[in-house]
Design a protein around this ligand. Structure first.
Ligand SMILES: [Cu+2]
Length: 423
């Protein structure tokens, strides 16, 4: 049903794509809620001192399954997957106290951070007396152990933290999260360069992960699991699969999966909306995820804590964002409305009779941004003000499934609001 087009689609195509996707979503019986402004966007847990507690819990998947997982929560918060987004400023001395309630030792590593200390001593790999590698970092022992890690956040960017113990088990089981380091004095820049400025009301994160339910079952039942049998069946953004990715942050029906993944944007306008959105892409998966905001480019301005600039600006526009394991891509996202179609400047095609059309729950009833039109009686409509919805997804289409359920998994929407905003 989803026909792919690798050029910037005409707005009519945009609308039709959205319709096709809405059609596919509406058969899932699990429709997502429309978004209120405060309910989307990156959720920061502010530091620079953090307390993370490892614990067990369950996540819901789009095929109706419930999967046992591990997760890291802030302080005494209940189980969540993934861990909190730790937001700090460049130059901060960051401390993370890990409290371990699991029945096995665990630890945390902070790739991209230098001179990490564990309980005040330089951190590093831990070996047994016989020389076997036990962990990449000092461990918090099973059933109540703790370790205090600290480092100075010397460079802006987007980073990961994750378990340094049994990483082939503990990372896919959920012991990971993101760290956002904001440039000193400029919280609304991605890096210490004005070219990376973004609209602070339009800041997003897309943390990609995957889950093998057989690994989860083995851990729940305390059975051994061989990494050679690893076979992921679920692919997530911020811990949720489509259509749950569209639901608000802290949706009550997703208690262990607090973070949504809807990217909300307003068309570029010289005075009303001159700044782009920021989208920070990260992955803890095992292979590349060729993600794209379907039909739109992003501007890649940084990778793994490195501003793409030297003596010249090295930022570039990119259609597919193939986020590899452990990588971070810092991007700016702008949406243009070049044709400015409206009732007074109509789309030059003939529309089908209303009886020959299928209306998904997010369609406004009009092809014009900011306009709501008639939909057949009885149609459920979640469109709020004539906004558009447009797919953004992993282009490896088997990863746009949930154990075979198509058009779920690693996908979300871009929501395009009218320039005057949405009441
Ligand atoms: Cu696509």
């Amino acid at each position: 049903m989803l026909k792919h087009s690798h050029f910037r689609p005409h707005k009519v195509l945009t609308t039709l794509f959205a319709l096709a996707l809405i059609l596919s979503l509406s058969v899932g019986g699990k429709s997502a809620q429309a978004q209120a402004p405060a309910s989307d966007g990156m959720v920061c847990t502010y530091g620079p001192s953090f307390s993370l507690t490892s614990q067990t819990g369950y996540v819901g998947t789009p095929d109706g399954n419930v999967v046992f997982m591990w997760g890291l929560s802030s302080g005494s918060d209940p189980f969540q997957y993934p861990g909190p987004v730790l937001c700090v400023n460049e130059g901060d001395t960051v401390t993370v106290v890990l409290h371990n309630t699991l029945n096995r030792a665990t630890s945390l590593v902070f790739p991209g951070q230098e001179n990490v200390l564990a309980d005040g001593e330089p951190d590093g790999p831990v070996f047994s007396v016989g020389g076997t590698l036990l962990s990449m970092a000092k461990q918090a022992s099973a059933g109540g152990g703790s370790v205090t890690y600290s480092f100075v956040a010397t460079r802006p960017g987007t980073f990961l933290y994750y378990s340094g113990t049994e990483t082939d088990i503990q990372v896919p089981m959920g012991l990971f999260g993101a760290i956002v380091v904001r440039p000193a004095g400029h919280p609304d820049w991605l890096y210490g360069d004005p070219k990376t400025a973004f609209n602070p009301n339009r800041e997003y994160i897309a943390l990609f992960s995957e889950v093998d339910p057989m690994l989860s079952a083995a851990m729940e039942q305390n059975r051994p699991f061989s990494a050679r049998n690893y076979h992921p069946r679920y692919w997530f953004i911020n811990g949720r699969g489509l259509p749950d990715t569209l639901a608000p942050n802290y949706a009550s029906w997703l208690p262990g999966q607090p973070y949504g993944a809807l990217v909300r944007i307003t068309p570029w306008h010289e005075t009303l909306n001159p700044l782009p959105a920021a989208v920070r892409y990260l992955s803890v998966g095992t292979i590349d995820y060729p993600f794209h905001p379907h039909g739109n480019n992003v501007r890649v301005v940084g990778r793994d804590g490195n501003l793409l600039a030297g003596s010249v600006d090295l930022a570039y526009d990119k259609y597919s964002i193939p986020v590899g394991p452990g990588q971070a891509w810092d991007t700016l996202f702008t949406w243009h409305d070049p044709e400015a179609y409206s009732a007074g400047n109509p789309v030059p095609v003939t529309f089908a009779n209303i009886l020959d059309m299928f209306f998904g729950t997010f369609y406004s009833g009009s092809p014009y941004l900011g306009t709501q039109g008639p939909v057949p009686v009885g149609t459920t409509i979640q469109n709020q003000c004539g906004e558009y919805y447009h797919i953004a997804h992993n282009h490896a289409l088997y990863q746009l499934t949930s154990w075979g359920a198509v058009m779920t998994g690693m996908g979300t929407y871009t929501r395009i609001d009218p320039p005057e905003g949405c009441p």
